[in-house]
Ligand binder design. Sequence first.
Ligand SMILES: Cc1ncc(COP(=O)(O)O)c(C=O)c1O
Length: 388
Amino acid sequence: MSPGGELRSPASASSERTTPAAAPFDAFRYAHEHRREVVWMSQNTNHLVPPGIVRAAVEEALDERAYEGYPYAPGMPELRELVRNDFGMPDSGYLLTAGGTEALYMLTRALLGPGDEVIASDPSYLIIHRFIELSGARPVPLDIYRGTYRLDPEAVRAAISPKTRMILLIDPLNPLGSGYPREEVRALAEIAHDHHLLLLNDVTYRDFSERPTLAHEFAPEETVTVWSVSKNCGLAGLRLGGLLGPEPLVRAIARFNTNDLGVNLLAQRAAVALLASKSEWFPAVRAATRANFERVRKVAESVPGVRLPVVPSQANMTVLDLSGAGISPERLQQELLLRHGVFLRAGNYLSPRHGGEFIRASFSNPAAEIERFARAFPEACRAVAVPP
Ligand SMILES: Cc1ncc(COP(=O)(O)O)c(C=O)c1O
């Protein structure tokens, strides 16, 4: 693709369909078809991890033809050790799953039921809300798109009803990049403890944060911590994650474990190699991610009316608020993808109330890709802005 040139039209991207004109544009299908040309800033994935570590670990497993047998069902003991130590929970209950997503599904399934309520936020990672609903429970999303852009402990306390069963604390928060200060984590954990509520602490982006605090520290009996190697270790495609929590809760969740025969062995081998050496390579990933944030911020703020609600992001993604610029997030997403090969994610996927106001950009990408974004964003904004 020539920079700035159109990759393919949405119609030709879906030309196999019998009624291409009627089919809605599938951005993911299009982006996967053009995977090698597209700058992937749409899923908070990490493209900065040294690939040699993964390659060596997976090649070793392939040489051993380790894939021919089932893995040890509870997971590699080295991996369990590394994860527990990483979280400072050496004796915690532990469940290994095919990505944090599966852990979230299992735990909502196991711990929630019809009539239960879960206090959550809007914006949020809405897949969890969908899992809550699948269990028969109801998310109660508090509007956090103003002020601190985090769950306010007092607002959480006020939202507790006799039906409340759980608080969802995603820290740092996808999509805003808000990181909770220690005192707020403590306050939320104490609320969970005082009201006998479960606390779901999703810490998928923890390693990107300057000063992460685990809720487990303050409410060990109530907290289930969901972790993932998709973002910190850049292993999203290998699908590995899990949860940590008190043994009785983890036993209850494990009743819904679909991985009786274990989870992907190559993923486990790669994760062991990366987690064992994380202190050697992750600081450079974090520093590059932070520098990219500043670059994304500068570019975004150069467009009149575009603003960043949360500065700096404590994760590897940020929200670019377009509401003052007369720009539709969906139109901008499509313009950036089709004309510039830069894939960002429109906010409707992340917020029922405010999704029409923002687009999300993730930025654990090589500097050259961030520069593609820097060239594309102002031009794409000009192309789709509706004059006031
Ligand atoms: C907050 C949050 N939790 C969980 C996940 C799922 O991650 P995984 O790839 O481990 O399934 C994501 C993925 O984007 C996420 O943003």
